[in-house]
Design a binder for this molecule. Structure first.
Ligand SMILES: [Zn+2]
Length: 238
């Protein structure tokens, strides 16, 4: 009489084992997803760096050319100074020389900043490239490991499934029906509960004395109305 409740309990425990194994497989697979997403991020970063280096190089070339051209202009002005006679002419050219010198100083600062920026970008790019080549190798290793581990878990699941099926088939129709309905609810934790002091032991919802008697004395298959778990008679709770 009570054997069918024990069968339900065994199916529940085997199902939970399957669930645990499936969670282990998901955990293993997330190791691959994690490294894949870091590789994608680094690939994007690499593209951004390459484009920024290109822009910075162009800006640097422009600043260097301007610097050269202002240097030439300055030299020309300074050589003109020797052929001038009036104070006014000399003062005017000195003002121009001062303006060129200021512009050259400004361009020198810009050139220096751009060179520093380019160097930093190139260092980051080289770090990103090292990460990417290392990660490509790790990914191959991790994929192999994950495949091996997942295969082990899948083999265990494959061993448990026929046992669960044959146990389910051994149940009388009403038990089998109730079990299938309860399993479909995807309760995650155990799908069975017991009765303590007129209440479901799992969720503490009260049961009528009639419900208690149907389970404890008549050994009928009943579920808790609150948490949907199958109620197991106390006589076969352990
Ligand atoms: Zn309950």
């Amino acid at each position: 009489m009570l054997q069918k409740f024990n069968t339900i309990k065994e199916i529940d425990s085997l199902n939970r084992k399957v669930l645990e194994l499936s969670e282990n497989i998901a955990k293993e697979e997330s190791r691959v997803t994690k490294i894949e997403s870091r590789i994608t991020q680094s690939d994007t970063q690499k593209d951004e760096l390459l484009s920024e280096i290109k822009t910075t190089s162009a800006e640097l070339t422009k600043a260097e050319n301007e610097l050269e051209s202002f240097g030439e202009k300055l030299q020309k002005k300074e050589s003109q100074k020797a052929s001038l006679f009036t104070d006014e002419q000399i003062k005017a050219i000195e003002r121009e020389v001062e303006a060129y010198k200021l512009k050259i100083e400004e361009l020198e600062n810009i050139t220096f900043e751009l060179m520093e920026k380019k160097e930093q970008l190139e260092t980051t790019l080289s770090d990103t490239n090292s990460f990417l080549s290392g990660a490509a190798n790790s990914l191959i290793e991790i994929r192999d490991e994950v495949k091996e581990e997942s295969n082990k878990f899948n083999l265990e699941i494959d061993k448990l499934k026929p046992r669960i099926m044959s146990l389910t088939d051994s149940l009388p129709a009403d038990f089998k029906y109730k079990l299938e309905i309860t399993l479909k609810k995807d309760l995650r934790a155990t799908i069975v509960s017991t009765i303590t002091q007129g209440a479901c032991n799992y969720c503490r919802a009260s049961l009528s004395s009639n419900e208690v008697s149907e389970v404890e004395d008549k050994h009928l298959i009943k579920t808790c109305k609150a948490c949907s778990r199958i109620l197991i008679p106390s006589s076969c709770a352990y």
